[in-house]
Ligand binder design. Sequence first.
Ligand code: NI
Length: 208
Amino acid sequence: MNLRKVLIFAIAALAAVLLAFALVKGVRLFTGTTSAPGGAVVATAGAAIGGPLTLTDSGGKRVTDADFRGRYVLIYFGYTFCPDVCPTELQAMGRALDLLGPAGEKIVPVFISVDPARDTPETLGKYVCAFHPRMIGLSGSDDDIARAAKAFRVYYRLGRPSAPGAKDYLVDHTSFIYLMGPDGKLAVLLRGGAGAEAIAQGIRSVLP
Ligand code: NI
């Protein structure tokens, strides 16, 4: 009897470890769960992505995930010095909201910096309004950003500057677009590079 209990426990523990590994390893496992164009949707509701956030907006006000409850929030993690990927994605997000028309007005676009040393709240505020008039830029302390990135399974790593102390480093980071539902949970996860049309269609597929 005891041995059986040990066995059951061992199997349950192994399953838990495998599941955790699969979630951490990436959302690629969920590829192809829907028929959105170009495989833009990589995960749908139910994936363990998202969680508590405490960050700082461009006015210097502390913002938590609870402040967005009841709204759809479209989130992208990146940094304002990003030479190409981030601006392309943010532009696609802004355009997707425009394509959605009145439905797009229900969605709050948010850009979260993974480079808080350079992306001050003020810098972010100026940067995001170029992509959508309602876009919110969020930054915070290194710990705030690390916690947010962990909750959203975002990988980021600061590169080497050209000289010690120089501020010209690149930041390697994952590129996904997260639509969080009014309950604060993931509604749909879209692949970076999907383009505005595919983002709009992915969003449309989960709006009521
Ligand atoms: Ni980038």
